[in-house]
Write a protein that binds this ligand. Structure first.
Ligand code: IVH
Length: 685
């Protein structure tokens, strides 16, 4: 993106984010999901990293929390309640560890992992062991005094429990630390921080009750928790049976590890999630994250990631904080099911019955644990319902194993260059007429063969003699066409594993394998490439002839009709077919697109390297036992030989398998050398 465009985008993003943040944090309303809002914020943060000159104090990336509500008494925090930096994949986590290791000169780290609860942060302050003040985070420096509401939560002790000496001994503290801890516990002046949440079960029961009573339903557990904590009358909080889990102790107790803080908090009567785990290194952290992500739907409360904390507390002040968050903690998020991205194009796919279906082409985006590049749109009605234009920023949803869809357009981010989407008048595949059938939403290509021709074209491209792409057979290609993922050859090269994973017959591994297999054949010999284009009358043999005669795709493209006619074995019809193919606008566009998709054609093979079977011709007859006739022919051609279909006196060898036919007799008559399968295999070895 150019600088000027970046500036405009940054301004638009800031406005949009502020709008949703206000709705969410101040009014407790959410019009878009947290994940979608996060996605906008990430884009903004990324642009600001690239163009720091556009960072302003009012940017959403530059502030910590929401505005405190006026209706509560303000409470100043003893130390800032910061927010956390997010990581989205193992690379982010490794980079984080590397950054810390650089600061700490090669120090090794162990970690303590907690689930990232999705609720409302609270500071709980005890004096002489009694709960005296509970505050929300507010803007990080000043929060709201919500003590009365928090007192309704049974998970928050009103009086601190006194741990026994034996229990304290189990924390394995140094003598010094134990003395310091004793002194603080004796004073009873103490602060912990944690998350106020509503459990899934309570949320479901409450909504069931509200439904029966005809009351408005709660949008989600986070809002339900936040909403009731911000009510002046504590009866709302009490009714909502909230829960509280502790994740840090704000008072300096002289402890050595964060793990001990959590253990101590439990001894004092607080709740901590039983899923917390000590991890000796980053690999264990990654495994824990993986396991919890698989398990997240079974957890009693909503969690959106794992909070990973450097366990050794002495390192915390040395690592310090940057901007909004500490360096020694990272929130490693679970794959969000929604994200924002831009629609770069709409492609129309032709279905088996000729129906044209629109698919949105996206700027590739990481969502639901995978990168995706396409989303379904179903039909024109859906486009109209969404109010979608090409160039729009949209919210994409990819939940579990479901095909990604566009759920919302964000018109506030438009720049005026977005394009209206129109139903095509011509079929994008065959160029024939497309018609709106009355009484149907669908638009159809009226050419009955269109779908079948396209399927054949795509299948031919991936077939053995052409690109030879492993695992990309007719069934899979048909499935990809049906799902709107592939309509043209070039679409194969845009597929991501994320596009394939939700499809039937695909699992994580097979999706990745297919994308890899396509990638593996991105460098391709010229004859295979030409054959793959499916030019009428051009078989494998003539593709080789073309490649050998002209040496490069560019030269074939420019070849005059006479030059093509001059090729040995090329008739007028074949020459004309090739000539015309390379004069067709769509075909030239395809070649350009393939180049753009990163396809590399190996031209030197034909022109430079002298090959073993150069100039020798083989005619095959009868059945071979170790390979098919097509395979044998391909092998001969790969080694530079020719495989004419009939025997003449110019034939060098006739390869005779079981039950040879008339070619065998003709070879004998003409005195052509006949070899058996064994001799043939030796030659091609
Ligand atoms: S540690 C410096 N641990 O996530 C802030 N936070 O996005 C220390 N959260 O404001 C927070 N679960 O409200 C921590 N296990 C956990 C958490 C957690 C949820 C919340 C917390 C924080 C927000 C940051």
């Amino acid at each position: 993106m150019q600088k000027q465009q970046a500036k405009i985008r940054i301004e638009k993003l800031k406005k949009e984010i502020s709008h949703y943040r206000y709705l969410y944090h101040v009014l407790d309303k959410s019009e878009i999901s947290d994940a979608a809002l996060d996605s906008l914020k990430n884009e903004l943060a990324k642009l600001e990293r690239e163009y720091p000159e556009f960072i302003t104090a009012d940017s959403p990336t530059q502030r910590v929390g929401g505005k405190p509500l006026d209706k509560f008494i303000k409470a100043k925090h003893s130390s800032p309640m910061m927010s956390l930096f997010d990581a989205f994949n193992p690379e982010d986590m490794r980079d984080w560890e590397k950054r810390m290791a650089r600061i700490m000169q090669g120090q090794k780290f162990d970690y303590y992992c907690e689930l990232k609860l999705d609720g409302l942060a609270a500071a709980l302050i005890y004096e002489k062991s009694r709960f005296v003040l509970g505050a929300t985070r507010g803007d990080g420096a000043i929060g709201e005094n919500v003590t009365q509401n928090l007192r309704t939560i049974e998970a928050i002790p009103l009086v601190l429990r006194q741990p026994t000496e034996k229990e304290l001994a189990e924390l394995n503290l140094s003598k010094e630390a134990r003395q310091k801890l004793r002194a603080v516990l004796n004073s009873g002046n103490f602060e912990v921080r944690g998350e106020i949440i509503m459990n899934k079960k309570v949320f479901a029961e409450l909504n069931k009750k509200y439904k029966q009573q005809g009351r408005p339903l709660l949008a989600n557990p986070r809002n339900a928790a936040a909403g009731s904590i911000r009510q002046l009358d504590p009866k709302f909080a009490a009714e909502r049976k909230l829960d509280c889990y502790i994740y840090s102790i704000a008072t300096d107790l002289g402890l050595e590890q964060h793990e001990q803080e959590i253990e101590l908090a439990k001894l004092l009567g607080f709740k901590a999630l039983k899923y917390n785990k000590y991890c000796k290194d980053l690999n264990e952290v990654l495994a824990f994250h993986n396991q919890q992500e698989q398990n997240k739907d079974k957890l009693p409360c909503y969690c959106d990631g794992v909070v990973v904390k450097v366990n050794k507390l002495s390192l915390w002040p040395r690592l310090g904080a940057v901007g909004k968050g500490p360096r020694y903690i990272m929130a490693y998020k679970f794959a969000a099911e929604q994200a924002t991205t831009k629609i770069t194009d709409i492609v129309w796919q032709v279905g088996r019955t000729g129906v044209l279906t629109p698919t949105a082409v996206l700027e590739p985006i990481w969502v639901g644990g995978a990168t995706i590049s396409r989303a379904t749109l179903h039909n024109m009605d859906e486009i109209e319902r969404l109010g979608l234009k090409i160039g729009d920023t949209v919210i994409i949803e990819r939940a579990g194993d479901v095909i990604p869809k566009v759920v919302k357009v964000l018109p506030g981010l438009r720049q005026g260059k977005e394009k209206k989407i129109a139903v095509p008048k011509l079929c994008p595949m065959c160029g024939g007429a497309a018609a709106n059938i009355s009484g149907e939403v669908a638009c159809r290509c009226v050419n009955k063969d269109c779908y079948a021709v396209n399927l054949r074209r795509l299948t031919h491209w991936a077939s053995k003699g052409a690109l030879d792409i492993d695992g990309l057979g007719p069934k899979i290609i048909e499935q990809l066409m049906k799902e709107g993922l592939v309509g043209d050859i070039v679409d194969f090269y845009k597929l991501t594993a994320g596009d394939l994973k939700p499809l039937e017959r695909f699992a994580d591994k097979s999706a990745e394998n297919l994308v890899e297999a396509i990638k593996a054949k991105k460098e391709i010999d010229l004859p295979r490439f030409i054959y793959g284009l499916g030019i009428r009358h051009v078989g494998e043999e003539s593709a080789i002839d073309l490649a050998k005669t002209f040496g490069s795709l560019e030269k074939i493209k420019q070849a005059k009709l006479e030059e093509l006619e001059r090729i040995y074995d090329f008739g007028e019809v074949m020459a004309k077919s090739v000539y015309e193919w390379f004069r067709d606008k769509h075909n030239l566009e395809l070649l350009n697109n393939l180049e753009g998709a990163g396809l590399k054609i190996n031209q030197h093979i034909i022109t430079k390297k002298k090959q073993v079977l150069d100039g020798q011709s083989f005619v095959l007859t009868g059945v071979l036992s170790s390979l098919t006739r097509d395979e044998a022919k391909r092998k001969i051609r790969e080694l530079g030989g020719q495989t004419p279909s009939s025997v003449s006196k110019n034939t060098d060898f006739v390869v005779a398998g079981e039950n040879p036919g008339s070619k065998y007799d003709k070879a004998k008559k003409l005195g052509v050398r006949i070899i058996n399968e064994e001799e043939f295999l030796k030659i091609i070895k």
